[in-house]
Design a protein around this ligand. Structure first.
Ligand code: 6R9
Length: 658
């Protein structure tokens, strides 16, 4: 993996230089203590009490960390708390009843505002309804809802009664829902009749009906009537109308159940390297402490802010940073149901402007789209309310980073590039915007207390500038407790590869490759399965992509390997361009020049295919594996999980015409 000739020599090209966050930001930041990294080191693990102190505990914990059962770590053992109490009741007790908790922006311009009091009432009524349906502590409740207020309400209602939720992204298929419900033996489902997709009424309930057919267990289903007369539906046996249920419990309150810190707050399925999704188990105490702390220290959330994470709650980013983190801190969290380009490409900026959003958090895939559409869209709106920008989900190369910084943040907002995973629960690598300098193209150092090590095959740390595997050498509060499918799989997926149990040395393996530079800043290179070997040289597809997207006119690219008799693997690049860059021959030439300059002539792609869009999953990640199959002329599997399946045929036609 470590290759002096390949990875590592281009580091000056691919990351920008250190930049100080604007002083106007630093002056008001939540965390500005310059020695905080050292302070956490010196006082580890007790340093994490700072995170736990952001919460209200029913019983104080006895120990910060217990590691006898490593790597099944126990954080804040002996402590009890309730997540819904932390997100609701305590804010009411502090006299903040009328403060806005959720500002919901519907797809068709509908708007709803929930004060903390409104949200408290809605959560309590639904908690009472769930109890009446028979849901007990530790029963897994599956939630299959789009971005409507009933989604966070249902999550918090589950948390209130101690029933772990398992949210399945509404865009996943009936099969995906069935697999997850079967694996979790879940007997309760909260869903809806349908929702609007590209202007049409989309039938969610029929997907549910199909999913339930194949399940062994009996399921009680609660259906939110989202579409009314646009999609009439009939309820069958064991099916209940959401609004009828809550009406029956109008005004009812339910005492929040104190949960042990280590009790499961929720389960989130994520795709693994094998076909079976992994059920990642998150705890009540450790997870909530870590998301609250990072919301405070990294995203700089203050109670009086209007904060917007433009992700979907169906993924971990939305769990941690639309629902639990911001609500635990008592801020106003914006929830947006629609897409960034409907009715027009200025939709997000119109929402920022109208709501005077202070903090905006999104993914590189969205930023590249904004860049592609052009700066005229943000320029139509007043974005001066913004104070901080964040990115998550994929590596972001310097060009889109700079575009975001200039055109959205108008150089007044720090950008935090936050690396983390479903399994880490909350942000683990990022700069602290009130403390650290930023470096476009590098996420940053490990957060205080997080011991990230970039290692080679043998587990030894690599030198600055070289690539290796991203591992974490110490536990952290937000870490997954285990996998619902079993402790064994937890060990084999994450711990076996780099740990040394005989010496009681535990190393978490993220599955990502990364490089650390002389400043200790980490550039994530992508999943290790995205590494390609060209003529014996190991190249990160992400690094080549970064060199490609550095070219003016390029919006996005995806690089894959194509098998070659001579080289083992050829590099094959898919590229979409920004509006106005129609001369693909010139762009092609510039791409080749840039790759040669950034990495070397050996990284020159054998094929470059221009396409209007890249195929993406519903969470916005480019489907590289599918593009690899296309490049290799292989039979394509199921493309129904794509957000834009139609693009695949267009790409195939383009390749045939070459
Ligand atoms: C939060 C989330 C995790 C994978 C992770 C990595 C990629 C996330 C990143 C990033 C580079 C960042 N990733 N953030 N890569 N820079 N700032 O996305 O969780 O859906 O589990 O994905 O996403 O490859 O391993 P999840």
């Amino acid at each position: 993996m470590v290759d002096r000739n390949g990875w590592g020599r281009d580091r000056h090209v691919l990351t920008g230089s250190l930049r100080r966050p604007p002083s106007s930001f630093v002056e008001q930041a939540n965390v500005t203590e310059s020695g905080i990294h050292e302070a956490f080191e010196e006082n580890w693990p007790e340093c994490w009490e700072r995170a736990a102190d952001l919460l209200s505990w029913s019983d104080a914990y006895d120990t910060v960390l217990e590691d006898e059962d490593a790597p099944f770590y126990r954080w804040f053992q002996g402590g009890t708390l309730n997540a819904s109490y932390n997100c609701l009741d305590r804010h009411l007790e502090a006299g903040r009843k009328t403060h806005t908790a959720i500002r919901w922006e519907g797809k068709h311009g509908e708007r709803e505002t929930y004060t903390y009091r409104d949200l408290f009432v809605a959560v309590n009524e639904f908690a009472a309804a769930l109890g009446d349906l028979g849901v007990e502590e530790d029963d897994v409740v599956t939630i299959y809802l789009p971005m409507i207020p009933e989604l966070p309400i249902a999550m918090l209602a589950c948390a209130r009664i101690g029933a772990p939720h398992s949210v399945v992204f509404a865009g996943l298929s009936a099969d995906a829902l069935a697999t997850r419900m079967a694996a979790a033996e879940s007997e309760y489902l909260v869903t809806c009749d349908g929702y609007y997709r590209r202007g049409d009424a989309f039938n969610q309930k029929s997907k549910v009906d199909n999913a339930l057919l194949g399940l062994e267990q009996d399921v009680q289903t609660v259906v939110v009537d989202r579409l009314g007369d646009d999609l009439p539906h009939v309820l069958g046996n064991n099916e209940h109308d959401y609004y009828d249920l809550v009406d029956a419990f109008a005004g009812e309150t339910v005492d929040p159940v104190p949960r042990d810190a280590g009790d499961m707050l929720f389960l989130m399925y994520t795709s693994g390297t094998t076909g079976e999704p992994k059920g990642v188990v998150h705890t009540t105490g450790g997870y909530l402490s870590h998301v609250a702390w990072t919301s405070h220290a990294v995203l700089d959330i203050k109670p009086e802010d209007t904060y917007w994470c433009a992700a979907d709650i169906g993924w971990i980013t939305g769990h941690s940073y639309i629902v639990y983190g911001p609500l635990a801190l008592g801020t106003t969290t914006v929830m947006y149901e629609g897409t960034p380009d409907y009715p027009d490409r200025d939709r997000l900026w119109e929402i920022v402007d109208r709501n005077a959003v202070d903090i905006f958090y999104t993914a590189p895939t969205a930023i590249r789209a904004f860049m592609k559409w052009g700066e005229e869209y943000p320029a139509q709106h007043d974005l001066s309310s913004l104070r901080l920008l964040g990115t998550v989900g994929e590596p972001i190369s310097p060009r889109p980073w700079n575009w975001y910084y200039e055109h959205i943040g108008t150089e007044n907002c720090p950008v935090v590039d936050t690396w983390w995973q479903t399994e880490t629960g909350a942000v683990t690598v990022s700069t602290l915007p009130g403390v650290d300098e930023m470096k476009p193209g590098a996420a940053g150092p490990g957060l205080p207390g997080i011991d990230v090590r970039i290692v080679d095959e043998s587990g030894a740390e690599v030198d600055a500038g070289e690539a290796g595997y991203l591992t974490i050498a110490r536990p952290w509060p937000g870490m997954a407790r285990t996998l619902y499918d079993g402790d064994d799989r937890f060990l084999t997926e994450y711990w076996d590869r780099f740990s040394n149990p005989d010496r009681e040395e535990w190393r978490y393996f993220s599955g990502d490759a990364a490089r650390v530079d002389e400043d200790g800043y980490i550039t994530v290179l992508g999943r290790v399965d995205d590494v390609i070997n060209v003529s014996g040289r190991r190249l990160s597809t992400m690094e080549i992509e970064s060199a490609i997207t550095d070219v003016p006119g390029v919006a996005e690219s995806a690089v894959v390997g194509r098998s070659s008799e001579t080289k083992g693997t050829d590099i094959y690049a898919y590229v979409s361009t920004e509006g106005g860059y129609d001369d693909t021959a010139a762009v092609r030439e510039a791409i080749i020049d840039n790759i040669e300059a950034a990495i070397g002539p050996f990284a020159r792609p054998e094929g470059i295919v221009f396409t209007p869009e890249l195929p993406k999953t519903r969470s916005g990640k480019i489907m590289r594996r599918l593009l690899e199959d296309v490049a290799n002329g292989e039979e394509l599997g199921d493309t129904s999980a794509l957000r834009n399946p139609e693009i695949v045929g267009e790409i195939q036609a383009e390749i045939r015409d070459e």
